[in-house]
Design a binder for this molecule. Structure first.
Ligand code: 0FV
Ligand code: MN
Ligand code: MN
Ligand code: MN
Ligand code: MN
Length: 604
C-alpha cells in the first residue's frame, strides 16, 4: 500500500525505539555482533574478480594550488579595528529603541555572518522582544510579526504560529491584499520554514507566499528582485551561513539605511574566518596527500578532500573551531572512500572482513584483510586514535569508543546495503531509511563534531541518550533525502542498490516524479522535527545547529538550479565558485563601490 507523505509515517520510525540505543554510534557496543557473520581468515580474493568503478573524475583541485592559499589579510593588523567596530555594533543594539529596528539589526547580524560575535547581546535583546507584546507593530505588520517569529524560534523560544491568524480573512485563507506587501510576504515565506509538524497555517503560508512572490518578482526594484529570487531558490533557514554572508554583503551595501560599521565588521570577520579556513585546509590537504589513499584508489573512488573540507566548514565555521573542521574533513573523506569500497569495488566477502576488522578495532584484525584494504583500515585506525589522543591529552575525555563505534555502525549499514545489491533485494522505504540514515554518514559526522566541540558523551541519563539519538537520526535523514535526490540516478547506472526514491516507487507503484516529490516532502517534515528540537531539546543549541548545518550543506550541495545533481562526487562551476569565494578570495575592505553580484540567479 502506498505510504502517504504524512506526519504519522515519519513519526512511525522516527525516533525508532528499536534502534535507539544501538544504531547510531552512541553507546559503545560489546564486540560480538550476531547479525554479521564473518570468517576470520584472510579472504581468498582474486585480482580477476570483476569489479565496478565509480567512474569518478579526478579532483578538480591541484594540491600545490591548495597549499598556496595564504591570504594577504593579517588578523593581528585588524584586531584593534575589529574590537572598535564590535563596540559600535553593541552600542547600536542597545540604543535602537524600536523593536522592529532592533530585530532587523539582529537579522542583519545573522545574515552577515557575525551573529556569533554578539551571542550574549542578541540573547538579551530577543528576551526583551519575547516579553514585549504591547507593541502594536508586532501584531499588525506582517514583516514585523514574521521576523519576530523566525528569530525567536531560531533562538529556541516558544512562540505560537497563531500570530499569523490575524492575517487571514473570513474564508480562512490569507488576505489577498497581503500580496501587495512584498517585504512582508518575503518575511512570511522565510518564517514558514521554521514550522513544526502539524502547523498547517505555516504550510499554507509557504504555498501562498511562494505563488505570489513568483508572480510579482519581475516587476519590482532590482535589489528586491534579487532577494526574492534568492529566497525562492533556497530559503534562508536552509542556507550555508558563510556563503549567505558573502552574498548578503553585496545586498546590504545597497540597502537604505545600511550601517557602514556593520558592513566593515562583516567583511573583516569574513576575512578573518577565511584565514582559519585556509590554515585548516592546507593542513588536512597535506594529511590526505601523505596518506596516499586518493592515489591508491584513484581507479574507483572519490578523491574529494577540498569538497569534504567545504562540508566541514559549513558544519562549524567560526575561527575557534579549526580543530573540529579538520577532524570533520577527515571523517567525510574517509566516509566517501570507504563508501566507494562498499558500493562499488569490494566483494561481499571482503566487505564482511572489513566490517569485522572495524568492529574488533585491533591491528590483528588487519591481517585478515586483502592487501588493498589494509592501508585504508590502518589509516582510519590511526586517524581516530590520533584525534582521540589529542582530546584525551588536552581535556581528559576519552572519545575513542564513540568514534570507533560510529564507524562500526556505519560499516554494518554499508554491508547490509551491499548485500541488498548483490541479492537484488528492494527494501521498503522504511526499511531502507533505517539503514541508510546511518550509511549516509551524517550521524558519524555529528558524533565527531560533538566530541570535538567538547560535549561530554558519557550517557548521564536516559533522556540524554534519547535526545542525542534523536538528533543523530534527524541528521541522518537531513542528508539522506537530498543525497538520494542528487545522486541516485547515477548510482543506479553504475550499479548500486535502490535508494529512497526507487524504494518508494517500487512500494507505492508511482512514477519517479511522484516519488521525488514524496522524498522532498519527507525532507520538509524532517526540518520540522529538527526545528522543534531547537525549541524543546535540552542539548546545547550549538549541536542542534550542527545537525541543521548538515542538512543545509547537503541540500545546497545537491540542489542545482531547478533540479538536483551530485555536487560532491561531480563538482562543477557552481561548486568551484563557492570554494573560491570562501577559501581563496579575501574581501577588499576599503573598496568604495563594493563588489557587484558575483553569482547569477542567486544560486550560491
Ligand atoms: C555520499 O556519497 C558521501 F559519501 C558524501 C557526499 C560524503 C559526504 C558525507 C555525507 C553525505 C554525509 P554517496 O551518495 O555515494 O552515498 P550513498 O550512501 O548514497 O552511497
Ligand atoms: Mn555511495
Ligand atoms: Mn553507499
Ligand atoms: Mn551500495
Ligand atoms: Mn548517494
Amino acid at each position: 500500500m502506498a505510504l502517504q507523505m504524512t506526519v504519522p509515517f515519519l513519526s512511525s520510525f522516527l525516533p525508532n525505539p528499536r534502534h535507539r540505543l544501538t544504531a547510531h554510534g552512541f553507546i559503545p557496543q560489546k564486540r560480538a555482533s550476531k547479525d554479521i557473520s564473518c570468517s576470520t581468515t584472510t579472504a581468498t580474493y582474486s585480482t580477476t574478480v570483476p569489479r565496478r568503478s565509480g567512474n569518478y573524475k579526478p579532483s578538480i583541485w591541484d594540491y600545490d594550488f591548495v597549499q598556496s592559499l595564504v591570504s594577504d589579510y593579517k588578523v593581528e593588523t585588524h584586531a584593534t579595528r575589529v574590537e572598535k567596530l564590535k563596540e559600535d555594533v553593541k552600542h547600536l543594539l542597545k540604543e535602537t529603541n524600536s523593536s522592529l529596528a532592533q530585530m532587523e539589526l539582529i537579522d542583519n547580524l545573522h545574515r552577515l555572518g557575525v551573529r556569533w560575535l554578539f551571542e550574549t547581546e542578541i540573547k538579551q535583546a530577543l528576551y526583551t522582544i519575547l516579553l514585549d507584546n504591547t507593541n502594536i507593530e508586532m501584531k499588525e505588520d506582517l514583516h514585523a510579526v514574521s521576523t519576530r517569529f523566525r528569530l525567536l524560534r531560531q533562538h529556541g523560544h516558544k512562540v505560537s504560529a497563531d500570530v499569523f491568524n490575524d492575517f487571514k480573512d473570513e474564508k480562512g485563507g490569507f488576505k489577498t491584499s497581503l500580496s501587495l506587501d512584498i517585504k512582508g510576504m518575503l518575511s512570511l515565506y522565510e518564517a514558514s520554514h521554521l514550522a513544526f509538524q502539524g502547523e498547517t497555517i505555516l504550510d499554507e503560508a509557504r504555498a501562498f507566499t511562494s505563488t505570489h512572490l513568483m508572480d510579482i518578482r519581475k516587476n519590482i526594484d532590482p535589489v528586491l528582485h534579487k532577494k526574492v529570487e534568492h529566497a525562492l531558490d533556497i530559503p534562508l533557514h536552509w542556507r550555508i551561513e558563510k556563503l549567505e554572508a558573502r552574498w548578503y554583503m553585496d545586498i546590504y551595501m545597497r540597502e537604505e539605511g545600511m550601517n557602514p560599521s556593520l558592513l566593515e565588521l562583516a567583511k573583516l570577520h569574513f576575512n578573518n574566518v577565511q584565514t582559519t579556513f585556509q590554515r585548516s585546509l592546507r593542513s588536512v590537504s597535506r594529511w590526505w596527500k601523505d596518506l596516499g589513499l586518493g592515489e591508491q584508489y584513484s581507479s574507483f573512488a572519490r578523491d574529494r578532500l577540498v569538497e569534504s573540507f567545504f562540508w566541514a566548514a559549513a558544519v562549524t565555521s567560526e575561527p575557534q573551531f579549526g580543530r573540529c573542521q579538520e577532524a570533520v574533513t577527515k571523517v567525510i573523506q574517509f566516509i566517501s572512500t570507504i563508501d566507494d569500497i562498499y558500493d562499488v569495488y569490494g566483494t561481499v566477502d571482503e566487505l564482511e572482513l572489513f566490517t569485522d576488522a572495524v568492529d574488533r578495532w585491533d591491528l590483528k584484525a588487519m591481517e585478515q584483510l586483502p592487501e588493498y584494504m589494509k592501508t585504508c583500515f590502518l589509516a582510519l585506525y590511526n586517524s581516530i586514535n590520533e584525534i582521540g589522543y589529542e582530546i584525551l591529552k588536552e581535556e581528559g575525555r576519552n572519545v575513542i569508543p564513540y568514534l570507533r563505534n560510529a564507524w562500526t555502525e556505519m560499516c554494518k549499514a554499508y554491508l547490509v546495503e551491499a548485500k541488498w545489491y548483490s541479492s537484488g533485494y528492494t527494501p521498503t522505504l522504511e526499511e531502507f531509511l533505517q539503514t541508510s540514515l546511518i550509511s549516509v554518514g551524517s550521524p558519524a559526522i555529528l558524533m565527531y563534531a560533538f566530541a570535538l566541540l567538547g560535549q561530554n558523551l558519557a550517557p548521564e541519563s536516559s533522556d540524554f541518550v534519547e535526545e542525542v539519538s534523536d538528533i543523530l537520526q534527524l541528521a541522518g535523514l537531513m542528508v539522506r533525502f537530498p543525497d538520494d535526490l542528487g545522486t541516485s540516478t547515477d548510482e543506479l547506472k553504475r550499479g548500486d542498490n535502490p535508494k529512497s526514491i526507487q524504494c518508494y516507487m517500487h512500494e507505492a507503484g508511482v512514477t519517479e516524479d511522484v516519488a521525488r516529490d514524496h522524498i522532498m516532502g519527507l525532507f520538509r517534515e524532517t526540518w520540522k522535527k529538527i526545528n522543534k528540537s531547537l525549541v524543546e531539546s535540552s542539548l546545547p543549541q550549538a549541536f542542534i545547529n550542527c545537525a541543521m548545518n548538515l542538512g543545509r550543506v547537503a541540500y545546497c550541495t545537491y540542489k542545482h538550479g531547478d533540479g538536483f545533481s551530485d555536487g560532491y562526487g561531480d563538482p562543477g562551476s557552481q561548486e568551484e565558485r563557492r570554494f573560491m569565494c570562501l577559501f581563496a578570495e579575501p574581501l577588499q575592505v576599503d573598496e568604495a563601490k563594493g563588489i557587484s553580484f558575483y553569482v547569477d540567479g542567486g544560486s550560491a
